[in-house]
Design a protein around this ligand. Structure first.
Ligand SMILES: NC(=O)c1ccc[n+]([C@@H]2O[C@H](COP(=O)([O-])OP(=O)(O)OC[C@H]3O[C@@H](n4cnc5c(N)ncnc54)[C@H](O)[C@@H]3O)[C@@H](O)[C@H]2O)c1
Length: 374
């Protein structure tokens, strides 16, 4: 195809290749630390990774020049690099207000959606999706144990959730919400944490595994130690917490419900940011859910997965403030035309933990605004 024809077709399709969407922006003023910025064309050596072979460098350069070609919109862009930030650089979040105000003329909902009298655990609950899902569990009647690497933030959020409940329901007994330290990827830490929760709450009924993280590096330059850490938290962490809670439930001969937080990335390949190890880790979480649901069905333990799409947390908001065109590109691929709010997960997690979903196990509930059906 000659260049003018190709240019005309592109203009008709209204499409801009990923490399141009991401590459031709003026550098925005950013409050983000350097290492969190989505960077363009970072040399592999500058990023501290091994060097991409010279022949491939030349090929990549050539590919970038031809990025207007067919398929360019559905490709990853190797130059996008986002490293997970250290704890002290992460934002804190406000407790969500008003989620339990039903209004004067609302009919009561089905009683089996209630989590009244249950003790739930949420890993990675100090921030982001885990924090809001934990709050949704409390609003639905559950006591809650928040587990996180960052115990200080978990403690602050536990207090805030109880204060919000007290302000909304001055006449009701507030739920018990506690904060606990664990590194979910470390078996000893997980066992100690579960023992602490059981000693404070008496038992555990429900579990949500939200501790996890993603990073963006092209696969050929992804340091193996970073990859092991990513899988350690996302996959081992889910496995360790789930099996430990399952042992506790089995010892009590009690039924329970677990929700693993996977990602739509476990079913599709996101573009344009490269994240192969994360995608594979989330596929593992999804199939771990299916496998454990079969293994534990006879014990009365249900295991389901929620696979969120692009969700707007404080962390993703900060990244997108730095790169607004990435936000436009993502939302252009979402049928509902917006990123999800963490509150969009409150209903799905309550449903899957509650008796309303008694006959649902091994399911993967995609909460992605329709992303994965297109
Ligand atoms: N935000 C999204 O768009 C999105 C989309 C799909 C899936 N997810 C998944 O949802 C989950 C939560 O993501 P988020 O956006 O809320 O992230 P986040 O970074 O805002 O929160 C994650 C929490 O997990 C904690 N954590 C990290 N490693 C831990 C460890 N080893 N042990 C204990 N706690 C640890 C962190 O301290 C943090 O509080 C992750 O599994 C993520 O992969 C997120």
């Amino acid at each position: 195809m000659s260049f003018p024809v190709r240019r005309a077709l592109h203009s008709v399709a209204g499409r801009t290749p990923a490399s141009r969407i991401l590459g031709n922006l003026p550098a925005p003023a950013s409050t983000l630390p350097n290492r969190l910025r989505i960077q363009r064309a970072i040399p592999a050596t500058a990023a501290g990774f091994h060097t991409v072979p010279a022949a491939r460098q030349a090929e990549k350069k050539n590919n970038n020049a031809q990025a207007t070609g067919a398929g360019s919109f559905a490709r990853t862009d190797d130059s996008i690099t986002v490293e997970y930030p250290p704890d002290e650089q992460l934002p804190t979040e406000e407790t969500v207000a008003g989620t339990d105000r039903a209004g004067a003329h609302v009919f009561p909902t089905l009683a089996n959606f209630s989590l009244q009298g249950k003790v739930g655990v949420v890993t990675g609950g100090a921030r982001g999706l885990g924090l809001v899902m934990g709050q949704g569990m409390v609003t639905s009647g559950s006591d809650l144990a928040i587990v996180d690497l960052n115990k200080e933030e978990a403690t602050r959020q536990a207090q805030s959730i109880v204060e919000t409940f007290r302000a909304d329901h001055p006449d009701k007994k507030p739920p018990k919400v506690t904060a606990h330290y664990a590194d979910v990827s470390d078996p000893t830490s997980v066992e100690a944490c579960i023992a602490e929760i059981v000693s404070e709450h008496g038992r555990i009924d429900n579990l949500v595994t939200s501790a996890g993280f993603t990073e963006n590096f092209e696969a050929v330059a992804y340091p193996i130690e970073r990859m092991r850490k990513l899988w350690g938290v996302n996959v081992d962490g889910t496995y360790l917490f789930a099996t430990s809670v399952a042992r506790h439930l089995m010892a009590r001969n009690a039924k329970g419900s677990m929700v693993f937080i996977g990602s739509m990335s476990g079913a599709i390949v996101n573009v344009p940011q490269p994240q192969a190890p994360y995608n594979a880790a989330k596929a593992a979480v999804r199939h771990l859910c299916a496998s454990l649901s079969v293994e534990w069905a006879g014990a009365g333990i249900r295991v389901n997965c929620i696979s969120p799409g692009y969700m707007l947390t404080a962390l993703t908001q900060k990244i997108l403030d730095d790169k607004p065109d990435l936000h436009r590109q993502w939302t252009s691929l979402i049928p509902q035309g917006r990123m999800g709010a963490p509150e969009d997960l409150m209903g799905p997690v309550t449903f899957l933990l509650s008796d309303a979903s008694n006959y649902v196990t091994g399911a993967d509930l995609r909460v992605d605004g329709g992303y994965t059906v297109t």
